[in-house]
Design a protein. Structure first.
Length: 197
């Protein structure tokens, strides 16, 4: 439990570092205007792909922990499925490589994956909040806050001008990181409590 919890946090850090490295390595990249998807296409796509896969594994780790330490109720169960789905969606976004380069060959599903990720991200923290409350009221408040903040913030992305949507996407990524951090912290503490018994 402790190991998976720390990996979940590390996966977010790896993703953030990969984006930071790509921001400097990719030629003519503007981190304020260009999205993470733009970094995930072309010669240096492997840098961001490493980060995407690491974050996908973070979400799967949290899903595994949530299933192992089931906090009760149907909402927690649906939240587990949501976390696993988010991990799969993030993986597919990285694996499909159909972003940032105007790829239109075959069936382009990137935008549908983004919509699915956005909806799932809004629901999962709320679904898991009541179960997390059993570990501490602050967990519930944080998860509800993440859900509300995401639900309010995410739709704005689609209406932003292209010259600032890159930095806004990074802000949304930080919200997703908070979801992982809150749940990882819950499971790390639970693991330490069990180990000390």
């Amino acid at each position: 439990m402790i190991l998976l919890g720390w990996y979940a946090i590390a996966g977010c850090v790896i993703f953030a570092v990969a984006i930071l490295i790509a921001d400097f390595v990719v030629p003519d990249h503007d981190w304020i205007a260009d999205t993470i998807s733009d970094l995930g296409a072309g010669r240096y796509e492997f840098i961001v792909d490493i980060g995407i896969y690491a974050f996908s594994a973070s979400l799967v780790s949290i899903a595994l922990l949530s299933a192992h330490v089931h906090m009760g109720g149907w909402r927690w169960s649906v939240g587990i499925l949501g976390l696993a789905l988010m991990g799969l969606i993030v993986f597919l976004i990285g694996a499909r490589n159909e972003y940032g380069d105007n790829d239109s060959e075959g069936v382009v599903i990137h935008i549908y994956l983004v919509y699915a990720l956005g909806l799932t991200m809004a629901l999962v923290p709320w679904l898991m909040s009541s179960g997390a409350d059993r570990a501490g009221t602050h967990y519930k408040k944080l998860l509800i806050g993440v859900s509300i903040l995401w639900a309010v913030s995410a739709p704005v992305f689609f209406f932003l001008p292209d010259n600032i949507d890159g930095v806004y996407e990074r802000y949304l990524g930080l919200i997703a990181f908070v979801l992982v951090f809150v749940l990882a912290r819950l499971f790390i503490r639970r693991g330490r409590q069990l180990r000390s018994q």
